[in-house]
Design a binder for this molecule. Structure first.
Ligand code: URA
Length: 433
């Protein structure tokens, strides 16, 4: 078997066998297959698609490219949650400490920013000292000790995904159902939790632009969950505008901490209570979804969720003084308002375009080895359906480069669509599978 033949098969739209997929995954992981060969194959997978059998084989091979953890000694119900990607998506930072504060063990391996979307690992790393790259023993011990650990991809867990994920980002091959399924589910299988809730985002700021594709993606991930005995629930959430108000790494951590202190925006509240209610149900703690939503809000209100977040940060080496005093976080040099030029109601804030502006400011990567700027980003001041008057601020750009900041202001002015008529807010939760 050789990689040229495998690339040729997929380039010509043929099905890949289990052996061919296994060869590719193992030889790319160990470095025998080069990035340019992998890029050619991944591009062919993206263009010609993969059927269910191929997608399942790819996922299982990627999962077993490293260790597969068994967390059953901790509990029969260890929880993991993953989002298929979004803009301003800080749900993990708010929800998972809240879940852990209810006594439900959480073991979560997160990713970095991908394309125009942000990643939890980049956000956590904006907290000075927080270690996302810890070894597997420490990961397991953290879950045992404090009931939660959130880490980045280690070399030992789904290493094939770590390489493929970074490569896909730089060759514009992210928005593909089989590639997203295999990327997410390989990580989830490897990191050992046996109950998984997936936030499947839909809309302009998501990789799935419509509900039909989101349903297809969800069904495929659920099926792989079944095959691997990981009970999986998918919650479809609206990503037609950014989640909450902040976009950018430090800015999102600050918003997440504010939420944990009880200052939660309406959209974030609906997402965390809905996804959280299914997590609590899957954990076996309580089947009643309405009661579960109340448990989430109660633990935010009584400070238990915030305290668990502090414990998580401290336990992984982060400086909790930054969390206790948010003013300590380094700020971008320029904070520039985007001012509305007319009266009306906000009709559209295309989340993908906002995500691209934040990448341009430095919050995301263009090349896989790029450093990111933790301080830059955007704070929305108006969301869809809000009333706005000429001269009011729509958003603030946080930039370290004045020219880029000015460019961002002009772009955001165009991204905000303002209507003369009142606009109804779209539904946030679009379905559960
Ligand atoms: N999140 C992942 O982990 N992988 C993808 O491919 C997309 C979102």
């Amino acid at each position: 078997m050789n990689i040229q033949e495998i690339i040729g098969q997929k380039r010509d739209g043929k099905e890949l066998s289990k052996e061919e997929i296994s060869y590719f995954v193992s030889k790319y992981t160990d470095g025998t297959i080069t990035d340019y060969q992998a890029a050619a194959l991944i591009m062919s997978m993206y263009i010609n698609g993969m059927n269910e059998v191929e997608t399942t084989n790819l996922t299982l091979e990627m999962a077993s490219s490293g260790d597969i953890l068994d967390l059953s000694e901790i509990s029969n119900n260890v929880i993991d949650k993953h989002s298929t990607g979004g803009v301003g998506d800080k749900i993990t930072l708010i929800l998972l400490p809240t879940i852990a504060s209810l006594g439900i063990p959480v073991a979560k391996m997160s990713g970095r920013g991908l394309g125009f979307t942000g990643g939890t690992v980049d956000k956590l790393e904006s907290i000075p000292g927080y270690r996302t790259q810890i070894d597997i023993m420490e990961f397991i011990n953290n879950v045992k000790k404090i009931g939660i650990s959130i880490i980045g991809q280690t070399t030992n867990l789904a290493p094939a995904d770590k390489k493929m994920y970074a490569l896909r980002d730089t060759i514009n091959c992210v928005e593909s159902i089989p590639l997203i399924v295999s990327s997410i589910m390989s990580k989830k299988i490897a990191s050992g939790a046996n109950k998984i809730v997936l936030d499947v985002t839909v809309g302009s700021g998501a990789f799935m632009k419509n509900k039909e594709d989101a349903i297809k993606l969800s069904k495929m991930m659920k099926k792989i969950g079944e095959i691997t005995k990981r009970e999986t629930t998918c919650v479809l959430t609206n990503m037609n505008e950014p989640v909450g108000y902040a976009i950018g790494n430090t800015l999102e951590v600050i918003e997440a901490v504010e939420c944990l202190k009880g200052n939660v925006s309406k959209d974030i509240k609906e997402i965390i209570t809905t996804i959280g209610s299914y997590i609590i149900k899957l954990s076996g703690k309580n089947d009643n979804l309405e009661e579960n939503k109340k448990m989430i809000l109660d633990n935010i209100e009584n400070g238990k969720a915030y305290n668990k977040f502090l414990e998580l940060i401290q336990n992984q080496g982060g400086d909790t003084e930054y969390i206790k005093n948010l003013d300590k976080f380094e700020k971008a040099k320029y904070i520039m308002p985007v001012v509305s030029e007319k009266d009306g109601f906000i009709e559209e804030i295309n989340a993908e375009k906002i995500g691209k502006v934040s990448v341009m400011l430095g919050a995301g990567r263009i090349k896989k080895e790029d450093d990111i700027d933790k301080t830059v980003g955007i704070i929305l001041n108006k969301k869809i359906s809000d009333k706005v008057q000429k001269g009011e601020v729509l958003a603030y750009v946080h930039a370290n480069d004045e020219q880029k900041g000015k460019e961002a202001v002009e772009k955001i002015k165009e991204i905000y669509k303002i209507s003369e008529m009142k606009i109804e807010k779209e539904k946030i939760i679009l379905g559960v599978i």
